[in-house]
Design a binder for this molecule. Sequence first.
Ligand code: HPA
Ligand code: ZN
Length: 338
Amino acid sequence: MTMDFAELIKEVPKAELHLHIEGTLEPELMMQLAKRNGIRIPYTSVEEIRQAYEFTDLQSFLDIYYAGAAVLQTQQDFHDLTYAYLERAAADNVRHVEIFFDPQTHTERGIEFITVLDGIHGALEAGKAQLGITFRLIMCFLRHLSADEAMATLDSALPHKSRLHAVGLDSSEVGNPPSKFTGVFDRARDAGLLTVAHAGEEGPPEYIREALDLLRVARIDHGVRCLEDSALVERLVVEQIPLTVCPLSNVKLRVFDTLEQHNLRTLLDAGLCVTVNSDDPAYFGGYIGDNFLQVQQALGLDASRLQTLARNAFTASFLPQDDIARHISAVDAVFDSA
Ligand code: HPA
Ligand code: ZN
């Protein structure tokens, strides 16, 4: 059997480890929810929304992203948002997801934490039953807000910790280093939660070191700036700390000017545990399959590198070892028959 790269990428079982559920809000659903909830948004059509998605850096995206989230009001809204993502993921043969949500984006607007959690988690359970996609839920703190506000968010979350697997850190990176949240992450780990953090997207390699040393993260989200520090790269390779890389996001937010200039292939060839993810696919122009295909084409990735990327996503996941082994066998079977 001969398979081209597009087919191979479509067929291979995938895990997505860096996905903000609020970043899957497609313009169509945004319009529909604005209408359903009587919320005013500064757009009159889906086309107008899409045209507004021209970003110059992370902050220019975050401003629009937080404004768009205002249409999310009820448990049903969060359910519909999440289930729509899972259906889209199923079409890309995604078998496992570990998704982020940002409770503070919603509690700041007067939406109850439990409304958000029940909506998202209920949809994840439905997706597991109906689409066979397993999941982990990761609660992120908005790093542009204070450590006290993060701690208050953790307080409201801990009674529901059985539905959470890890905490993470996102939003405006530069000027908000991981060290700002050491106490919050200590408390989360004491409560039995794992930790991850966005670091080295726009921020310096030092933020990656802080995330490892102070927040004790199991993975680094993005991490692409690690290449500026060779000793750090060596450590990340030795410890096999996964990097959840998001190629289309990095180009949209101008971390790299073009996909051809992306360092994913260099990271991979350095022996880092790189994974491919979509970050905020409704805003960045592509889901995980699009990220795989476009980066394969731009960087000329061969089948062996694609296989490594697909395997890495399961290795880097929070699944039990026997599930990881089963998924990796399924990945290998697709490549063996290609
Ligand atoms: N970086 C930081 N914060 C975010 C991102 C990101 O890529 N996406 C959603 N929130
Ligand atoms: Zn992200």
